[in-house]
Design a protein around this ligand. Sequence first.
Ligand code: TRP
Length: 337
Amino acid sequence: MSVHHTQSVILTGDRITGPLHLGHYTGSLQQRVRLQHSAVQYILMADMQGLTDNGAQPEKVNRYFYDVAADYLAAGIDPAHSVICLQSALPALAELTLLYLNLVTVSRLERNPTVKQEIIQKQFSRTLPAGFLIYPVSQAADITAFKADLVPVGEDQLPMIEQTNEIVSKINHVTGQELLVHCRAEVGKTGRLPGIDGNGKMSKSLGNAINLSVSADDLTRAVNAMFTDPQHLRVSDPGRIEGNVVFAYLDAFHPDTALVAEMKARYQAGGLGDRECKSVLNECLQALLAPIREERARLMADKSYLLSVIRRGTEKAREVTQQTLDQVKRGMGLLIF
Ligand code: TRP
């Protein structure tokens, strides 16, 4: 029997409207790098989804195409083990989206907690683009087109997985076949990484992110600007760990958990200053990001190589997604021409 049947199929994607940051790294990238050796992995550069809140400024969507491609490879995604592809070059995804939309109610779309929060955050109100409201359905098309059963994502994407599985059940029910595959999320051990200001998650649109491509100086500046405990005025004062961004990052990134535990105890008791904590964190992040920065610079100097990697991946993905589309169309009684 072929090994292939026991392997998971993984699909994840990223909007490419900005370079990838540490939130992507802990939320998903790290897991993708680990899982690529034991699974069939597809990574989608989600330019179409990027358009859903940038319709009036489409030039924003592709500005970071090469940056994101370089971020992937520099972070350890290996094109020999992962298929990286471009969403807009896969027409089957758009067609599946349109088919699925007939099985999803408007009220279900309005209930998606992540979308709900984003609508408020982006102050859409009555200017909400229809494409934005339905992007979870397009994401369901992304996942199901590849028959992915595993989606390593950040916590904020859990509602998308839930909605995807509802669509899988509906399609399988109306076609009377087990056509589509249910999927499960795998959330990184650190969950949601806060932004450096401590206000919600790290996000490029909130301006509180640390990009993988950050310079050494800017990284130091970002660490020094991190929100800690505003009541912790003197080194000798007891400090709070909860809500303290520096400790959230030490938990997420520092390999020496015993050291971090000891620092926490000292901080809470009083006697450990923010400056020292930030310097420990800075050293650890500099060590993590220096090799990524170097490899990234090398890749950015060879854009035709990056382009060839994505083109090859997209060709492979086109076959797989077209096959699923044909199965769904056939299952729904549509003619295949
Ligand atoms: N919504 C994801 C983000 O904002 C991007 C994405 C698009 C995605 N399609 C996907 C994630 C499919 C997981 C699976 O970054």
